[in-house]
Design a protein around this ligand. Structure first.
Ligand code: GUN
Length: 280
């Protein structure tokens, strides 16, 4: 039976450390949160992030905009926040409503305030192993592996999904930790051949019960990044948890696994940004 990786407990430790360090800074760190439109899931995520800020002694500045907001209005807000000295980090919750250009918004955020690590400058820095910020979800996964003494060096790591937010940076960080990494996606042929060889399997597909027991090697480490809803509206991941848990050595639950760690790493990035801003 697998050890359940307790993301909630680990996140609490990270946040306690951030809180301590934040309290020692001359000025309280600040995060500006932009939410455009009424997407219910996005509202839940954003509320969670603002709650984390409160717990960590970080001030949050909330900007809730209607779905009809124009690209120019949104970019003007980003520019204003870029210039605001009380704002250390800017988070624009994705996805944006139809008609708004996400890439343009990401590119408009000042790289030194890009606490999501989405800006091409920060993605590039991370890719060459000289990160300013780390992308929150992949960094949270790496922190979980470290905390549970799970070695990555030389291991077969398989990442399901190739998004800019999770799959690609996850593959990058595992490679930097000396893993042998394969990225699989919707066009991969013979997917099971890859997943069955994985010592560490990270799933970020977004399909309920996609990862079944026959896809998993005995003793594998199974990390579930997804946040799906099952047929009853219950939060769940990609992994058929009940079937895979007996086979794995370590497994992350959903909820209570990667999600809280993603949020904790965001707090860590805000602290990093605040330290840099206050050092100059
Ligand atoms: N939407 C889903 N995940 C994220 C995230 O980590 N950051 C932002 N800004 N939007 C998201």
């Amino acid at each position: 039976m697998a050890v359940r990786i307790d993301g909630k407990a680990l996140a609490a430790q990270v946040k306690a450390r951030v809180r301590e360090e934040a309290a020692r800074l001359p000025r309280q760190p600040g995060l500006a949160v932009i939410l455009v439109g009424e997407d219910p899931a996005s509202k839940v995520y954003v509320n969670g992030k603002e709650k984390d800020c409160t717990e960590c002694g970080i001030q949050s500045f909330s900007h809730r905009l209607p779905a009809e907001t124009s690209q120019e209005e949104l970019l003007a807000l980003v520019r204003e926040l870029n210039a605001d000295r009380l704002v250390d980090g800017i988070l624009c919750q994705l996805p944006l409503p139809k008609g708004l250009d996400e890439e343009a918004v990401i590119n408009a955020i000042a790289p030194d305030k890009d606490v999501d690590c989405f800006h091409p400058f920060n993605v590039g820095r991370m890719s060459i192993g000289e990160p300013v910020f780390l992308p929150c979800t992949p960094a949270g996964v790496m922190e979980m592996l470290r905390a549970y003494d799970i070695p990555v060096r030389g291991k077969n790591c398989v990442v399901l999904g190739r998004s800019n937010i999770v799959g690609k940076p996850m593959a990058m960080l595992l490679t930097q930790a000396d893993g042998t990494v394969t990225v699989c996606h919707s066009k991969t042929e013979d997917l099971v051949e890859f997943t069955r060889r994985a010592d560490i399997l990270v799933s970020a597909i977004g399909k309920t019960r996609f990862v079944t027991a026959d896809m998993v090697k005995d003793g594998a480490v199974v990390i579930d990044v997804a946040m799906n809803r099952d047929e009853n509206g219950k939060l769940c991941g990609d992994v058929d948890f009940a079937a895979v848990e007996p086979k794995a050595s370590f497994i992350t639950p959903v909820p209570g696994g990667v999600g809280p760690m993603t949020r904790a790493m965001l707090m860590e990035n805000i602290l990093t940004a605040a330290k840099q801003h206050q050092a100059t």
